[in-house]
Design a protein around this ligand. Structure first.
Ligand code: MAN
Length: 617
């Protein structure tokens, strides 16, 4: 024990400061650091008594560390720096004699035994602090005035928006009425149109049933034509083939040579025709007639339906045209042979062909007696139906000579069709199209106004716009900060975005969800949440802490936790209202309320709501 006191005596210099006061002791606690009658010190928590000489003996006796205000012996203790010329500071006792000149302890009193000389910089620091304090006063003054200005603007803006809402609600009522009307017109016309379509379809069915026999009759005429034409083409092919196979090349007849060349060219382009003609020649006329009958029976299936029958007619008509072309070409060859062959050469095969051709011409059985009338009725049937379905009729090309001759008036199918009165679909179509377009326009107009009204209502009635609506003029105003890799954008009461400086891609950091105050009331915090999902993490969010300033700005943005961003910002809404502003605002509000009461009654619900919201802030 004695040894300890001796040591204490040696260390006596650390116990007391130069002033004689207890080193590191907060003057407010000085009364507690007096030895009692027994020479003891009571730890500040009252739990222990120790000899007063153990105060500041660089050994921690009290559990609360109160016996060592001037040393670093106790964890969690506090060292008081008087900082004359500036503001006194209470620093952690762990900083005592740590060899670092803390600016906080600008008088250097904490480094009395570390070997480091810390000059007293309190005068200089004090000057800087005063300058900073002055600057803050100015900033807060300007900020407060701006805030008051915002509150004034907000009042006007709320009124403007309220008027706008009233106007838009009236317009919406008109637009709704116009929409209802347009919808009724559209529905009525659509119903009419549906009835017309039904009627037309019934009429079509009726016409098809009525006119099908005319088509069937014509299809049969064509089928018979085809059989006849095929047989005639076969006979020409066989005559020409017989010359090719049996002529005498010794005679060198030019006409024969020409015929052979023309026929060879024809056969090149129609390779199947000659073998087929040979096959049919071999089968004999009875077998041929039977086969034709079979063909007609199987084609009879096409007679079951107007459209099938019409398609069959189209196909047959095309074939008839093509056979007629063949016949014309083959006849021309035989005619040239007949006119040009050398009669002095006795080429029996050539002569036989010339005789055969004369027989062919004499037996022209290509003009059936009743086909004119049948064709006319067919044209009429198709035209009537085409006119009904609003599509151009499938008209037959003028029939070749072997087919029934077409009366001039019918050959020009279009003229004929035009003479059939068309149903009045065009004007009703246009009416319906106009009604539909009027309906869409009315719907868009109503939709736009509904949105606008709902946005205004939500802004005026459901949005927390801060005390005195201070945020109203600034809502949506954006500020940004470039931090190198990203530029951050915060739009007040709206949303926060992270923009890549590499490719300008934008990541949603969240939408404004509300305010929260932390600690002292001046601190204003905005929360932006539900942003883009972080890979393997939460949805992104940003918390913005505001200090008072005239203008909105971002001082810094950090990402202390993955995808959770913290912004240090400034803005006028974080300022104290300028002096007198509150009274002024209240007076103005009362005046305006009085004016409003004259103009139009203000909804009491809205005002109450706003008050509740602001009180919550
Ligand atoms: C992007 C940025 C970062 C974020 C990562 C998470 O790179 O949004 O801020 O930390 O995604 O994967």
């Amino acid at each position: 024990m004695l040894a300890r006191y001796t040591l204490l005596a040696l260390l006596f210099g650390t116990v007391l400061a130069k002033s004689g006061a207890i080193r590191g002791l907060d003057p407010q606690l000085a009364s507690k650091y007096k030895a009692d009658a027994a020479g003891n010190f009571t730890c500040l928590d009252g739990k222990q008594k120790i000899p007063f000489s153990q105060v500041n003996d660089d050994y921690c006796d009290c559990a609360d560390g109160s016996d060592e205000p001037g040393t670093s012996a106790c964890n969690g203790g506090t060292f008081y720096c008087a900082n004359h010329g500036h503001i006194p500071a209470r620093i952690s006792s762990s900083k005592v004699n740590d060899g670092v000149c803390d600016l906080e302890c600008c008088d250097g009193s904490d480094e009395y035994d570390s070997g480091v000389q810390c000059p007293d910089r309190c005068a200089e620091v004090g000057r800087l602090a005063q300058a900073e304090a002055k600057r803050r006063v100015l900033v807060e003054g300007a900020g407060g005035r701006r805030r008051a200005e915002l509150v004034r603007q907000a009042r006007g803006l709320r009124k403007t928006k309220r008027d706008e809402l009233a106007r838009k609600e009236l317009k919406l009522a008109d637009a709704t009425a116009a929409f209802d009307k347009a919808e009724a017109v559209k529905i009525e016309l659509e119903e009419k149109e549906a009835a017309r379509v039904r009627e037309r379809s019934d009429r079509q069915t009726e016409l098809r049933d009525q006119r099908l026999p005319d088509l069937i009759a014509y299809r049969r005429v064509l089928a018979a034509d085809l059989h006849r034409l095929r047989a005639r083409r076969d006979s020409l092919l066989l005559l020409l083939r017989s010359v090719r196979v049996g002529h005498n090349p010794e005679f060198n007849d030019e006409a024969v040579a020409q015929m052979l060349a023309d026929y060879a060219a024809f056969v090149d382009n129609h390779a199947d025709l000659e073998p087929e003609a040979l096959e049919r020649a071999d089968e004999g006329s009875k077998a041929r007639a039977e086969r034709e009958l079979q063909m007609d029976e199987s084609n009879g299936a096409d007679d079951a339906d107007f459209d099938r029958c019409r398609t069959a007619i189209d196909i047959s008509a095309n074939e008839r045209d093509s056979i007629s072309d063949d016949i014309a070409a083959l006849s021309a060859m035989l005619q040239a042979l007949r006119d040009g062959y050398n009669k002095n050469y006795h080429d029996l095969q050539v002569k036989a062909a010339v005789v055969g051709f004369a027989d062919y011409e004499a037996n022209d059985d290509s003009k059936p007696s009743d086909s004119d009338e049948i064709f006319r009725r067919f044209v009429e049937a198709t035209a009537a139906l085409d006119a009904l379905v609003d599509s151009p009729p499938v008209m037959m090309a003028p029939a070749p000579p072997v087919a029934p001759p077409i009366p001039h008036s019918m050959a020009k199918g279009n003229e004929y069709v035009q003479s059939v009165p068309e149903p009045d679909t065009n004007s009703s179509d246009k009416e319906l199209a106009d009604a539909r377009s009027a309906y869409w326009t009315a719907q868009t107009e109503k939709g736009t106004l509904t949105n606008e009204v709902s946005l205004l209502k939500s802004l005026l009635h459901d949005t927390d716009l801060g005390p005195d609506d201070v945020y109203l003029p600034l809502k949506g105003e954006c500020v940004s900060l470039d931090t190198g890799e990203y530029t951050y954008e915060v739009c007040i009461l709206d949303r926060a975005t992270q923009i890549s400086n590499k490719d300008q891609s934008r990541t949603n950091l969240g939408s404004f969800t509300g305010f929260s105050s932390i600690g002292d009331e001046k601190a204003v915090v905005h929360k932006y949440q539900n942003g883009a999902k972080c890979w393997n993490g939460p949805e992104r969010s940003l918390t913005a802490h505001f200090v008072c300033a005239e203008n909105i700005s971002i001082a810094s943005i950090t990402e202390p936790e993955k995808c959770e961003y913290v912004a240090q910002m400034a803005g006028p809404f974080a300022c104290e209202p300028a002096e007198g502003a509150a009274e002024e605002a209240a007076e103005e509000a009362a005046e305006e309320a009085a004016e409003d009461a004259v103009e139009e009654p203000v909804e009491p619900v809205e005002e109450d709501h706003r008050r509740i919201v602001h009180d919550e802030l």
